[in-house]
Design a protein around this ligand. Structure first.
Ligand code: SF4
Length: 318
């Protein structure tokens, strides 16, 4: 089994007393739920090697409220894990009553579960992630979306672009960067010597924030397991982070984009080049020059030829 694209490792589980990724069966007593839930945590810790599980405050409270009942052993055998089946997973062991480590409650992040071997068919794995995104209601942005926007492009790209969230055009079409800013991004990509199909283009948030407001930090935190899972499948050599919000969401940095741009950073072990968002370049064309400098640094990192000034002028990045 792969969780978030990494064998034997997951980031956070989306678990509550009422959603054990999950459903608390209506016929379950709270005691049975607590015992089953602890068994489930033990299972994912031992079998899936999950190191960190975020629990809602209400989950923590529910587990603490009934410790005696939960450990009294007055229930039926624990429910089996709810993660997707895997060709490599073995029969789970019987539950034990050892304490389960817990971490703080917020934010609640989705578990991204994909089946298939690491290094398998990337397009198929990306499609599995997109399907989970399509059904996601982990943050409030689901309520106003028309379509989810998982991102699109080459399933094994050298280069990946990450923005903050879809806008109106993207929400309508279910595709990333297809509005005016997207058209400019296409020019930037072509000026670098790539086609759109050769790179992967996505966002941190997969649903459009109302009125195109920037996504809130907690909304980005909630959604980021999907991006991490995508990156684990895509394995890009370089990520270009587009704009201040995406940079904040990816790098957790409060350094202004005007200072951070052009300096190599890292996300999930992959070099990240922060630069200005194409929408910002549309508003302030004077930032085209430093943006092109950043993209040239990316080309250098990839060992690709830097287009001559003449060629870049022919296909200007902005
Ligand atoms: S923005 Fe992300 S976390 Fe929020 S509902 Fe959409 S897919 Fe789920």
């Amino acid at each position: 089994m792969e969780i978030n694209g990494i064998e034997g490792r997951a980031y956070f589980a989306y678990i509550s007393p009422f959603n054990r990724r999950g459903i608390m069966a209506k016929q379950d007593s709270p005691q049975q739920w607590a015992a089953d839930f602890k068994a489930y945590l033990e299972f994912i810790r031992d079998e899936e090697k999950i190191k960190a599980v975020n629990l809602r405050a209400e989950t923590v409270a529910a587990l603490r409220r009934r410790p005696a009942a939960a450990s009294a052993g007055t229930r039926a055998p624990a429910a089996r894990p709810v993660a997707a089946p895997s060709p490599t997973s073995s029969t789970p062991p019987p539950p034990r009553r050892t304490p389960v480590p817990e971490t703080a409650a917020q934010p609640i992040r989705p578990v991204v579960v994909i089946s298939g071997k690491s290094g398998g068919d990337s397009a198929e794995l990306l499609s599995q992630i997109a399907q989970q995104i399509a059904g996601c209601k982990a943050c409030g942005l689901h309520a106003t979306r028309t379509n989810t926007v998982p991102g699109q492009g080459n399933p094994r790209p050298e280069l990946m672009f990450v923005g903050e969230a879809p806008g109106a055009d993207e929400d309508e079409q279910g595709l990333a960067f297809v509005g005016k800013a997207g058209q400019l991004l296409t020019k930037m990509i072509i000026a670098m010597g790539f086609s759109r199909e050769e790179v992967f283009i996505g966002n941190i948030n997969k649903c459009r924030p109302p009125n195109n407001r920037p996504p809130q930090p907690e909304e980005m935190d909630t959604c980021i397991p999907y991006l991490k899972a995508q990156i684990a499948v895509l394995k890009p050599k370089v990520i270009v982070a587009l704009g201040a919000t995406a940079v904040r969401g990816l790098l957790k940095s409060d350094i202004p984009i005007s200072k951070l741009r052009g300096t190599w950073q890292e996300f999930e072990g992959i070099p990240v080049m922060p630069t200005f968002h194409p929408a910002y370049l549309l508003r302030d064309p004077t930032k085209k020059v430093p943006t092109w400098d950043d993209l040239q640094a990316v080309l250098k990192k990839l060992g690709r030829p830097i287009p001559s000034r003449k060629a870049a002028e022919k296909n200007p990045p902005a």
